[in-house]
Design a protein around this ligand. Structure first.
Ligand SMILES: Nc1ncnc2c1ncn2[C@@H]1O[C@H](COP(=O)(O)OP(=O)(O)OP(=O)(O)O)[C@@H](O)[C@H]1O
Ligand code: SF4
Ligand SMILES: [Mg+2]
Length: 427
């Protein structure tokens, strides 16, 4: 016999804490690089390159990494503000059950898509740019309610007052413009607007980076309180691991478009296994530290995301790299690009593969100079060990590297994964 179920019970039971709310699977976002009069595509910036992770109901996932690693691009794909090149974003709009193909945001029906749009909101770092300077606060915060037909007239004003009060502002702020507020207050207005439609997930892209440390702490506390009251999930994007330590249940570290480590925040801070995460942690250990203390910087420059390093993308900067971490011809090209004296005398690179090439110089002396450099401690020992053939014939230098496999995420237990050959062995 069929039993009738109360639809409200169904919705309530389908929204349990800890259930997967959003799932990102193999997501890529590549931006074309255009050149010439015809603006033809000459390459792609691999801003996000095969990223997967989940966000559960009510939790905060911290997304960290240096500038340019793809945090904003990824978060905009999650918030539906940017189309991925490939891969999937799945979102639980309350259908119930586990997430499946029908929950892909690019395949949702109109009704489901509307639910997704209401339930995922975004707060940006630059609140000057994201708040229309010609609009009053009542219009800015009330807009989502008006657009979705939730309220109008006096009711809408009262709803806006309620939202302002929830973020520590009030009725007296309704008829003011954004420029009449401090940076922290403007961020409160952005948060009130994001709360208007009672979302399940807020994507916060560097929400406190532009604020003074004391104001930063107030906004972080406000976000923490709102999360408890409303059972919100946050994707908290920042380049600052100390903020993540205070906010996030789980932490995802990105480097050059890839996730290199993720796990419970406590585990990441106690037992980071990826040398890049360790370097980030060493750069700024804690929010409670002296704010005037100098911040350590990571060594080496971030490679061009249009031609990311092979295998482990961090190998060009890694202090514990091994010969199997992805050494390739491009590492020599990067070295030459950083040395004008040699680069100027390079006349061409003829590649057989990413591992093998002939580098032609204007003079034999220049070819010999590079040979010496590649055998010296100016290059990492691991790179020297990965070099299988290196010889000079006249003004040409032949080089071949040993091949290495992709280094994917390795499970380390309790939801902790790191993409490093040493994972599980670093202390
Ligand atoms: N619209 C675009 N067109 C071309 N390249 C882009 C575009 N948006 C971002 N990029 C490039 O993609 C890469 C990732 O950029 P993104 O803004 O996502 O990094 P981020 O981690 O948010 O950096 P930050 O910490 O500085 O905000 C960068 O190399 C950037 O130059
Ligand atoms: S795999 Fe690990 S050891 Fe090798 S370069 Fe990457 S981070 Fe360093
Ligand atoms: Mg960004």
């Amino acid at each position: 016999m069929m039993t009738m179920q109360n639809p409200m019970t169904e919705i309530a039971t389908s929204k349990k804490a800890g259930d997967t709310l959003l799932s990102v699977r193999n997501l890529k976002k590549h931006f074309p690089i255009k050149d010439g009069v015809l603006q033809s595509t000459v390459g792609h910036v691999k801003a996000v390159d095969d990223v997967s992770f989940d966000i559960r109901r009510g939790e905060t996932v911290g997304l960290v990494g240096e500038s340019g690693c793809g945090k904003t691009t990824l978060s905009q794909c999650v918030a539906g503000l940017m189309e991925p090149t490939s891969g999937e974003v799945l979102f639980d709009t309350g259908r119930g059950g586990t997430l499946g193909p029908e929950d892909r945001i690019d395949r949702m029906s109109g009704k489901q898509k509307a639910k997704y749009r209401r339930n995922v909101q975004m707060v940006f770092q630059d609140n000057f740019a994201s708040l229309n300077p010609r609009n009053l606060v009542v219009d800015i915060v009330g807009r989502p309610l008006r657009v979705h037909g939730e309220a109008s007239g006096g009711l809408l004003t009262e709803r806006v007052v309620e939202l302002l009060e929830q973020v520590g502002l009030g009725r007296q702020h309704l008829y003011r413009y954004p420029h009449q507020f401090s940076g922290g207050q403007r961020q409160r207005i952005s948060i009130a607007r994001a709360l208007a439609l009672d979302p399940d997930l807020i994507v916060l892209d560097e929400p406190t980076s532009a604020l003074d440390v004391s104001v930063q702490a107030q906004i972080l506390n406000l976000l923490g309180d709102l999360q408890q009251q409303r059972h919100l999930a946050y994707l908290f994007v920042t380049h600052d691991l100390s903020v993540v330590r205070h906010m996030a249940d789980r932490t995802v570290t990105m480097y050059l478009g890839r996730v290199v480590e993720h796990g419970p925040t406590e585990t990441i801070f106690r037992d980071a296994q990826h040398p890049y995460t360790k370097a980030l942690l060493a750069a700024k250990p804690d929010l409670d530290d002296d704010p005037d203390a100098p911040i350590a910087t990571l060594e080496g420059t971030i490679p061009d995301p249009a031609r990311p390093p092979k295998a482990c993308r961090f190998h060009t900067r890694c202090p514990v790299a091994t010969p199997d971490c992805g050494w390739e011809v491009d590492d020599i090209v990067r070295l030459l690009e950083s040395d004008d004296t040699l680069f100027e005398r390079l006349s061409g690179v003829s590649r057989k593969s990413e591992l093998e090439a002939e580098l032609a110089f204007e003079t034999e002396e220049a070819a010999c100079k590079l040979w010496e450099v590649l055998r010296s401690d100016r290059v990492p020992e691991a790179m020297r060990e990965a070099t299988e053939i290196l010889d000079v014939k006249g003004s040409k230098l032949n080089v071949r590297f040993r091949d290495s496999d992709e280094i994917g995420l390795r499970a380390l237990g309790s939801g902790h994964e790191a993409a490093c050959v040493h994972a599980g062995r670093l202390s």
